[in-house]
Design a protein around this ligand. Structure first.
Ligand code: SF4
Ligand code: SF4
Length: 234
């Protein structure tokens, strides 16, 4: 799917800048400051350790303070999918300076998108009812997931799908575009896919009102397309 490159005000002044050594091919000689801080934040969130210092340091890498604040707010949120960002945007970026810079822009965009969705989920559907996770709670809460779905999140790592809500549900207008893959970000996973970092789980943040296309994806589809992902009962 062809995407717009409207990066919604995230310009060159909004990306993390850092000094790093490069070899003759332009590859980084070692991890940049940005990468190592994201790596630290991912590890700390997975072990349910506070990320305050690491995310503050990430925020300070952005030349625009407001962008830094947005990134910090998103990274402090217990359900922000930082592991997916790291895997799909940062580690996959090729590690040239220009692509690291792009990955920094992606984080700023993803943070803004996430916080907007987060706010509208509560306003439109209620944090406590919209999915299998109480979005007013924390990331270590017990999750009563489905019978067979392991919440691995693999099937939602796609660039877009059909935004067809079940009747009589209506989404905030921009959700239709985001679900279809037409957000300002080059989507490498659905922006409604949230994370429970300490549990290594991913969940649909709008599970109870998710598109019919997503609802139609059942156990048989999972077994066929993502073998080994569903829970096995003996
Ligand atoms: S791939 Fe299967 S097990 Fe994993 S989240 Fe999707 S439906 Fe659930
Ligand atoms: S709306 Fe929910 S179920 Fe559908 S692709 Fe996005 S995260 Fe997955």
């Amino acid at each position: 799917m062809e995407r717009k490159e409207d990066r919604s005000g995230v310009g060159s002044e909004c990306v993390p800048r850092q000094k790093a050594r490069h070899d003759s091919q332009g590859h980084e000689g070692g991890m940049t400051c940005f990468e190592s801080l994201i790596h630290e934040a991912v590890g700390r969130r997975q072990t349910a350790v506070t990320v305050t210092k690491a995310v503050r340091a990430v925020a300070l890498l952005y030349e625009d303070p407001l962008t830094g604040e947005t990134v910090e707010e998103a990274l402090r949120d217990p359900f922000f999918p930082l592991t997916l960002y790291a895997k799909r945007h940062l580690w996959a970026c090729g590690r040239k300076p220009v692509t690291i810079e792009r990955a920094g822009q992606d984080l700023a965009l993803l943070g803004r998108i996430y916080l907007r969705i987060r706010s509208d989920i509560d306003r439109c559907f209620g944090n406590a009812q919209v999915t299998c996770v109480d979005l007013n709670g924390d990331a270590v809460q017990e999750v009563s997931g489905g019978e067979w779905c392991s919440l691995c999140g693999e099937c939602c790592q796609l660039s877009g799908t059909i935004p067809d809500p079940p009747e009589p549900i209506r989404y905030p207008g921009y959700w239709y575009a985001y679900i279809a893959g037409d957000s300002p970000l080059n989507q490498r996973f659905c922006p409604f896919l949230f994370e429970l970092p300490p549990q290594g789980l991913f969940f649909c943040a709008i599970h109870n009102v998710k598109p019919m296309t997503c609802l139609a994806f059942g156990k048989e589809n999972c077994l066929e397309k993502y073998p080994g992902r569903a829970r096995v009962f003996r």
